[in-house]
Design a protein around this ligand. Structure first.
Ligand code: SF4
Length: 101
C-alpha cells in the first residue's frame, strides 16, 4: 500500500507538472504547499479511484464528481477571479504570494 501511494504521488506530481507546461497557469511558488496537495491527490486516488480535488467534497454521483477530477472544471474561473484555484495549487502567471510581514 505504501509503494502504491508513492507511485500515485509520483503520478500526481507528473499530472500537475505536465498541466502547467501547456496551461496558462503556473504552480504555486510555495513548493511545500504544492507537495501537500500532490500528496492529498494521491491519497484521493488510492481511496476513491481518481485524482479528485482534495479541497472539495465528493458526492454520490459519478457525473458530478467527474467535474472535480484535477484539474477540475472550476479552476479556470477561480484563477480568473481570485488568482488561485480552490486548493491554491495552480495560480495565475502574475500571482504574488501574500506578504507575511
Ligand atoms: S481546485 Fe485546483 S487542485 Fe483542486 S482539483 Fe481544481 S485545479 Fe486541482
Amino acid at each position: 500500500m505504501d509503494d502504491e501511494l508513492v507511485q500515485l504521488e509520483s503520478d500526481a506530481r507528473k499530472l500537475v507538472d505536465d498541466y502547467v507546461v501547456t496551461a496558462p497557469y503556473k504552480l504555486n511558488p510555495d513548493s511545500n504547499h504544492v507537495g501537500k496537495i500532490v500528496k492529498s491527490l494521491a491519497k484521493r486516488k488510492l481511496k476513491n479511484g481518481f485524482f479528485y480535488c482534495p479541497c472539495r467534497m465528493l458526492s454520490d454521483d459519478k457525473e458530478t464528481d467527474a467535474k472535480i477530477i484535477c484539474p477540475c472544471e472550476y479552476h479556470k474561473e477561480e484563477i480568473e477571479k481570485d488568482g488561485v484555484c480552490c486548493c491554491d495549487l495552480f495560480v495565475s502567471p502574475d500571482y504574488k504570494p501574500a506578504s507575511t510581514v
